[in-house]
Each structure stands twice: as structure tokens, then as C-alpha cells.
Design a protein around this ligand. Structure first.
Ligand code: TRP
Length: 453
């Protein structure tokens, strides 16, 4: 067997993990959820969720992954051999593949819209037709399928190149580039005439909008954004060296992910307000509203707005790719380590599986829109199944595993590198309390509220 790869340094661990975390969740999902639940107040709840609930889960996954240096299935088998925990290992191979399937549909749209931006389709003459573009495109058959295939091929290619030459290299370049791009777009957005209202919306909290469902949405979004509950971060952590400080890398990852989401909020919302559109216009915000804005603003400086539209869809595409590779890596690690497949075969196999499920998701916007699973289209069913159910259950089980099943001394040993990291050792009682009690109880309560509320 070939030697298992490791991430090179603390910086590359954070880049790779932040690469997984920063994605469509930040640019596509976060702004419209903030819009739905009332702006700044929701962002505050989101920040609290991130540090008190998501961080403990991220640490739980990091502890399991780094302790065993194995993928999800192997890790569970090593730490709890012959027990029912192996089902958690299996679940976390299955769920990232479902997420990857519908994620690739949106990744394909991003690619398509990047091409449209490059072809200068978002111009003032088209302003009337631009909002219909997304509906027309996503409900057609071959275009979205082709773009999804391209997105998946790129994903598979990076994963095939391996942890160092593929994932690590790609993240090391893409994360700094993404930050530069999103800052440029946010500056453009904030300087548009009439954007002030949008900025106020993001910084001035209105607590009356905080319904119980808003809390459930904040938690769900925070898990999705940090790629939690399905073994992605566990698998990445299994490539972290023994002398690395996992508390520092988890904190760095959470910080950059949060920062990026907020920057994306400032890139999207002020522009939305400047164009006089309701912030709560839903998932179409990025693919309908923004192209409309780009085309309308064109009159004020066509070259600038065309360039920003290109940069914007490029940002989404690159961010989506740095996440999709992390989802595919979970399955690849399993097939390579547990089933003895070559990396090439494993990526090809996963490409085929996700292409088939992804195609069904893609077609559910068009010819398969009549097919309903529990009253939902195939795409929505996969999204709800994962983000409302599998990820939450997975996150809950990871925290229960570390808090109740693993030996406390082993947890401490892993977090503090055998007691050598003094800062982590000092924080250990707080972290352990969060992992053992606060996270599981709160997640369970919010989960139930989300279902009945
Ligand atoms: N976190 C990524 C985003 O915000 C998506 C993602 C990557 C993910 N891996 C995941 C989501 C695992 C859930 C589970 O776009």
C-alpha cells in the first residue's frame, strides 16, 4: 500500500479546510437565508451558533480523524470496533455523495453563468430578459447536464491528483484568490448608488424576526457552511500531522468561513437593495437578481459591471470546486483504504455515481419536475434530506461519540498533543463541556423545533 499523505503545514491545513467550508453555502445560500430571516439579528445568532455549536462538532470530527489517520469508516471501526458506530461510518460515506450530486447541479449553473458573463450576455439591452435566463436554463435538459458534467470532471480531476498535488495545491491558490475577489465585489456593491439601505440591513439587527425556525435555519446553515456532520472534516483531519494544533486549525477554519460569509453578504445585499429588489427573494438571488443588477448597472459603466459579473461567477465556481473536492475525497478515502481500489478507479466510480444522481437532480428542474419524493422535487428532497436531517444527525452523533464513547483522556491527549499544547490544555474543560453537553442537547432541541416548527 502507498504511504498515506499528509497536509504540509498549519497554513495548508487551514486553507484546505477553509476550502471545503467556503463554497456555495457562503455565496449562494447565506445571503438569501439572511434575507429570509431578517438580516443582522440572524447574523448574530449565526455567529453564536458557529462558535458554541459548530466549533465543538468541527473539533469532534478533527479529534476522530487525526486520532486514527483514517477515513470515516475506518476511524469508527478503529475507535469502536464491532459496535453499531460503524453505521455512522457508513452513513458518512453515503451522505457526502448525495450532497455532491445536487451541489454539482449548482456548480454547473455557476459554470454556465460564468460563460454567459464572459459572452457579455448581462447587458442593458437584455435587462428585461435576464431574470428569465435562469429559469429557462435550469429547466432545460442538455445545457445543465453538460455543465454539471464539466464541474464533476474538474472535481474528479483534482481529487485524482491526490491530497498534496490536488486538494492542497488547489486550496492554497484558490482561497487567497477568493478573498481578493469577494472584497473587490463587495466594494463594487457597496459603492453602487442606493446601496446604503442594504448595508444597514446587514448591520442593524431587528430581533422581531427571530422565530424558532430562524434558530434552526442558523444552525443548519452553520453546519452546511462548515461542512459538518458527514465526515468531510473528519477525513481532512485524518491528513493532519500529529504535531499540528487542531484547535488552532479548527478556529482558523471557522474564522475564515465566517468572514467569507459576511463578505459575501456585503457583496450581494447592497447590490440587491440598490436595484430595489426584496432581499428575501430566495434561492434565485444569485442567479436571477444579480445578473439583472449587473445588466442594469451596465449603463453606468458597462466595462466595470461586465468585469464584476465575470469575477462574481468565477468566485462562485472556484469556491464550489474547493468544496466539492472535499465531498468526493470522503468516498475516495473509503474506497482506497477499505476496498483497496486505486485512486484513479475510485474517483472514476464516484464520478459515475454522482453524475447519475446529479442528473436526476438537474432534470427535476425540467422534465422530471413532476416526480415528487415525499412531496418534494428530487433536488429539494436531496437538499432537505441532507441539510435538515443527515447532517444534523451526523453532527449529533459525532459529538456524542467524542463526549460519551471515547475515553476522556484520549480526547484530551489528541486535542493537546499529549499535553504539550498549554493553551489547548487550559481550554480543554470548556471545550469538553461544549462537546459533551451543550452541543448535543442544543442540537437535539433545535432539530426538534425545526421539525415541528
Ligand atoms: N461547506 C460547503 C459550502 O459552504 C459545502 C460542503 C462541503 C459541505 N462539504 C460538505 C456541506 C459536507 C455539507 C457537508 O458550500
Amino acid at each position: 500500500m502507498t504511504k498515506r499523505e499528509n497536509f504540509g503545514s498549519r497554513a495548508t491545513v487551514i486553507m484546505a479546510m477553509a476550502g471545503s467550508a467556503i463554497g456555495l453555502g457562503n455565496i449562494w445560500r447565506f445571503p438569501f437565508i439572511v434575507g429570509e430571516y431578517g438580516g443582522a439579528a440572524f447574523i448574530l445568532v449565526y455567529i453564536v451558533c458557529c462558535f458554541f455549536l459548530s466549533m465543538p462538532i468541527l473539533l469532534s470530527e478533527s479529534i476522530i480523524g487525526r486520532r486514527t489517520h483514517q477515513g470515516t469508516f475506518g476511524a469508527m471501526n478503529t475507535l469502536a470496533p464491532g459496535s453499531a458506530w460503524k453505521w455512522l461510518g457508513l452513513l458518512t460515506i453515503f451522505s457526502p455523495l448525495i450532497i455532491l450530486s445536487y451541489y454539482s447541479v449548482v456548480g454547473g449553473w455557476s459554470f454556465a453563468f460564468l460563460c454567459k458573463a464572459l459572452a457579455l450576455e448581462f447587458k442593458p439591452e437584455n435587462a428585461g430578459a435576464v431574470t428569465a435566463m435562469f429559469g429557462d436554463f435550469s429547466s432545460s435538459t442538455w445545457g445543465p447536464l453538460g455543465c454539471m458534467a464539466i464541474f464533476l470532471v474538474l472535481t474528479a480531476l483534482i481529487v485524482y491528483l491526490g491530497v498534496n498535488k490536488g486538494i492542497e495545491k488547489f486550496s492554497k491558490i484558490s482561497i487567497p484568490v477568493l478573498f481578493v475577489l469577494i472584497v473587490i465585489i463587495a466594494i463594487y456593491s457597496i459603492t453602487l448608488p442606493g446601496s446604503g439601505e442594504g448595508v444597514r440591513y446587514l448591520v442593524k439587527p431587528d430581533f422581531s424576526k427571530l422565530t424558532p425556525r430562524a434558530y434552526a435555519a442558523a444552525l443548519g446553515q452553520s453546519f452546511f457552511s462548515l461542512s459538518l456532520g458527514v465526515g468531510t472534516m473528519l477525513t481532512y483531519s485524518s491528513y493532519v500531522r500529529k504535531d499540528e494544533n487542531i484547535l488552532a486549525s479548527a478556529a482558523g477554519t471557522a474564522f475564515f468561513d465566517l468572514l467569507f460569509a459576511i463578505l459575501a453578504g456585503f457583496a450581494v445585499m447592497p447590490a440587491v437593495f440598490a436595484a430595489g429588489i426584496a432581499p428575501s427573494s430566495g434561492p434565485g438571488l444569485v442567479f436571477e437578481t444579480l445578473p439583472f443588477i449587473f445588466s442594469k448597472m451596465g449603463s453606468g459603466g458597462q466595462i466595470i459591471s461586465a468585469s464584476v459579473s465575470i469575477l462574481f461567477f468565477l468566485t462562485i465556481l472556484v469556491a464550489a470546486l474547493s468544496s466539492s473536492i472535499s465531498m468526493m475525497e470522503v468516498g475516495v478515502a473509503y474506497l482506497v483504504e477499505e476496498k483497496g481500489l486505486y485512486r484513479r478507479k475510485a474517483t472514476a466510480l464516484l464520478f459515475c455515481v454522482t453524475f447519475v444522481i446529479g442528473a436526476l437532480c438537474s432534470l427535476s428542474f425540467g422534465s422530471l419536475s413532476g416526480v415528487k419524493l415525499l412531496g418534494q422535487t428530487i433536488f429539494n428532497f436531496c437538499d432537505r434530506l441532507c441539510s435538515n436531517f443527515l447532517m444534523t444527525v451526523g453532527a449529533l452523533l459525532f459529538s456524542l461519540f467524542v463526549g460519551w464513547r471515547m475515553d476522556k483522556a484520549a480526547v484530551k491527549d489528541e486535542l493537546t498533543n499529549g499535553g504539550t499544547l498549554k493553551g489547548s490544555a487550559r481550554l480543554f474543560p470548556v471545550i469538553y463541556f461544549l462537546v459533551k453537553y451543550v452541543a448535543p442537547v442544543t442540537i437535539a432541541v433545535i432539530f426538534i423545533i425545526g421539525i415541528i416548527g
